[in-house]
Design a protein around this ligand. Structure first.
Ligand SMILES: CC(C)(COP(=O)(O)OP(=O)(O)OC[C@H]1O[C@@H](n2cnc3c(N)ncnc32)[C@H](O)[C@@H]1OP(=O)(O)O)[C@@H](O)C(=O)NCCC(=O)NCCS
Length: 211
């Protein structure tokens, strides 16, 4: 059955018309994301151009949310995507060859991709450390897909997966530009203590999270 609901968004009131199943899905998403249905609709509304119908955009948001999943790299396409993200955002801009491709098949390293439907839209590199710790070496979302909550979702997938592997804390050396992203996702000041003893960039900030 289709239901129309009025929603009070900061400053103005609007209405959204959705089938019961979509309202139920939206509630599930809000629960998982630890936020309210209203706050989800409010973000969608804020980013919409006036000629777009809010109810359709909410349906599309729900579809994309359920289409988003994380996998460890297995197929040739996934490894190519991993290489592409590393080269495009991390090594290419500095004009250097990726020195860490040996980690692609090393037991202490995991390479993860974020899918939206059949498209790979993000990539992360995790290193397993002794004492049930892990380091986030890289996390990146495709430039065209940023600021839609996907980085935070990827982080949540990674943390849940690490927890299942009995990892107790995750550590990051954050660039200044991504510090806000980590803090917003519950990371706090935490020493990095790299067991390999690699020197850190003095501009980076060490943060982490107990899982
Ligand atoms: C850091 C990075 C992974 C974040 O990814 P992202 O998908 O943009 O992250 P999110 O969308 O979850 O959060 C970013 C912003 O979007 C906002 N946002 C969250 N959900 C949103 C939604 N549904 N719609 C619109 N905006 C939303 C967040 O509030 C946040 O804003 P703020 O930080 O300005 O307050 C991405 O910027 C990136 O790939 N950077 C380059 C690589 C990098 O620096 N990686 C980290 C070091 S390895």
């Amino acid at each position: 059955m289709i239901k129309k609901r009025s929603i009070d968004l900061s400053g103005h009131s609007t209405s959204v018309t959705l089938e019961d199943e979509f309202w139920a899905a939206l509630k599930d998403i809000a629960k998982t994301e630890n936020c309210s249905v209203r706050s989800i609709i409010s973000i969608i509304d804020k980013n919409r151009s006036p000629d777009h119908n809010l109810s359709s955009l909410v349906r599309l948001y729900i579809l994309k949310w359920y289409q988003t999943r994380m996998l460890t790299c297995h197929s040739e396409t996934e490894w190519q995507a991993a290489k592409h993200f590393r080269d495009t955002y991390f090594f290419g801009p500095y004009g250097i060859e990726d020195p860490y491709t040996w980690t692609f098949h090393h037991k202490d390293h995991a390479h993860l991709v974020l899918y939206q439907g059949t498209e790979i839209i993000g990539y992360a590199h995790i290193q397993f450390w002794p004492d049930q710790r892990a380091a986030m070496r890289i996390i990146v979302i495709d430039e065209n897909k940023r600021n839609q909550g996907l980085g935070s979702r990827f982080l949540a997938f990674i943390e849940k997966w690490l927890k299942r592997l009995n990892i107790q804390s995750i550590h990051v050396e954050s660039r200044q530009s991504s510090l806000k992203f980590y803090l917003k996702n519950g990371y706090t000041d935490m020493p990095f203590n790299d067991p390999d003893g690699h020197e850190s960039d003095p501009h980076d900030v060490s943060v982490g999270k107990v899982l």
